[in-house]
Design a protein around this ligand. Structure first.
Ligand SMILES: C[S@@+](CC[C@H](N)C(=O)[O-])C[C@H]1O[C@@H](n2cnc3c(N)ncnc32)[C@H](O)[C@@H]1O
Length: 322
């Protein structure tokens, strides 16, 4: 149904072709995703169009301009894109349609980007890439090639909508998890793990997996939830955290730095911390379900609805030995 042969034919991935084919056969199996055929029909129904411009290096990823499409085609596009809601990571301006996603992912990029090494000429990996918003920004900042991976098929189809118009073979997205990656690639010059660590049951394993995907001397960019001042540095929510079921642990800056060291990274630095604001994660026309505001204590926004400290995030940079 979905064809990844052009990705696996790349020089970088040839040695691992069989491994990827096996993992993709399982992950992208249409039997596992009841909605996939409908989503692919919607993708196929989006109008064919050639954008007059592509902007990848500011705010909304921008495809085309208002005059590129007739009003009928613009309406057809908007209806198709809306049917693929919820749109969580963005924003995107696709011709006349402004996809106002749940997250202002551009704000995260603004916090991360000043601290990382120049991406020019680098091979980049983005683990848990969502719709691929940050991958487009990485290309906009000069990356030679970006591979995004994320097991969510909805995100994969949303990426395909954007790629349908940008049509850039410097960014591929495979619908797999980090555990599906070969463990001996040693390939990527910069590897991002943003918003993933707390979803992994074994955080140190995640960091070691990241390291094994990276080229010698490569740079890790880790963005994750953090918590202040705990005696043992690690907090394990009893059940849900901010209504999320799959948050296994949240650690202090010191604990995360120690884990990075234990995983074999060096030059470890925490370059940014901050509480997530209600303007960065919120319900919109394109994501009409509950969002951060409903996940916090209505009388005290410094606490989650479960009474835990409200989401705070940190950005860490670390290097793999040359
Ligand atoms: C909180 S979102 C973060 C998305 C994006 N990186 C960002 O920072 O905005 C976490 C993402 O990780 C993905 N994810 C969950 N488990 C994963 C795994 N084992 N390997 C790779 N990605 C995973 C989810 O599907 C989701 O898109």
């Amino acid at each position: 149904m979905l064809d990844y042969s052009h990705v696996l034919a790349r020089n970088e991935f040839r040695t691992f072709r069989q491994h990827f084919e096996d993992r993709l056969a399982e992950r992208a199996n249409p039997q596992r995703h009841g909605d996939l055929p409908t989503w692919l029909d919607i993708l196929g129904s989006l109008p064919i169009a050639s954008p007059s411009q592509i902007l990848l290096n500011a705010g909304a990823i921008t495809i085309g301009a208002h005059d590129d499409l007739t009003p009928e085609l613009a309406q057809q596009l908007e209806m198709g894109l809306k049917k693929l809601s919820p749109w969580r990571k963005g924003p995107y301006q696709v011709f006349n349609s402004y996809i106002d996603t749940e997250w202002r992912s551009d704000w995260k990029w603004n916090r991360v980007q000043p601290h990382i090494s120049d991406l020019s000429g680098r091979k980049v990996l983005d683990v848990g890439c969502g719709t691929g918003y940050h991958c487009w920004r990485m290309l906009g900042d000069g990356a030679e090639y970006v591979l995004g991976i994320d097991p969510s098929m909805r995100f994969q189809v949303q990426y395909l909508c954007i790629q349908k118009y940008i049509n850039d073979n410097r960014f591929d997205f495979l619908p797999i998890g980090i555990e599906d990656m070969p463990n001996n690639m040693h390939l990527f010059d910069t590897a991002f793990s943003m918003g993933v660590l707390y979803h992994r049951r074994n955080p140190i394993n995640h960091l070691v997996e990241m390291k094994n995907l990276m080229a010698p001397g490569g740079e890790l960019v880790l963005e994750t939830l953090i918590i202040d001042d705990l005696i043992d540095g690690i907090f394990t929510p009893k059940d849900r955290y901010a209504k999320m079921r799959n948050v296994w642990s949240i650690m202090t800056v010191e604990k995360i730095s120690a884990l990075l060291e234990q995983a074999g990274f060096h030059d470890i630095r925490c370059v940014d911390t901050g509480v997530t604001s209600l303007s960065e994660q919120r319900s919109t026309e394109w994501m009409s379900f509950h969002s951060l505001e409903q996940f916090l204590d209505p009388l005290n926004h410094t606490k989650t609805i479960e009474g835990y400290p409200a989401p705070k995030r940190g950005i860490f940079i670390a290097n793999k030995a040359p």
